[in-house]
Design a protein around this ligand. Sequence first.
Ligand code: 5GP
Ligand code: ZN
Length: 141
Amino acid sequence: MEGGCIFCDIISGRLPAVKLYEDSYVVVFLDICPASPGHALVVPKYHAESLEDLPEAYRSRLLSTVARVAPAILRAVGGEAYNVLINNGRPAGQEIMHVHLHIVPRRTGDGCKTLYCRRTKPGWEELKALGERIRAAMRAS
Ligand code: 5GP
Ligand code: ZN
């Protein structure tokens, strides 16, 4: 999907990016607006908006690529840990509509709150009822 998708243009080489790793399924490059030094994006070489639309061969490569690349990123930037994040869909914060996974290096006390949101404390019965609704939705699909 060249000419309409920034990440497809990076994959094809029409747009520049600082690439860290590449194989026939994925490319990993540095985010231009990093949440922390070394913030990288793992991008499948297949244009799909969401995780559900991605063929399984590409989807499974996302996580195995994290395990391959993240330790080297941490060594290079002196990171101690990292968050893995997919913003799947616009209400979840997805801005580039080509599915991708973020690796965000972290250090103790860095103040970065990539996964911060206000938590609730539902009762056990409420959790059980919700669980039944989700299992029913899975059976129906
Ligand atoms: P999203 O919100 O879709 O999960 O994340 C999109 C990410 O892509 C953002 O973190 C943003 O900084 C990054 N980004 C947007 N445009 C470009 C670009 O042209 N090059 C690179 N390397 N990253 C980009
Ligand atoms: Zn694309």
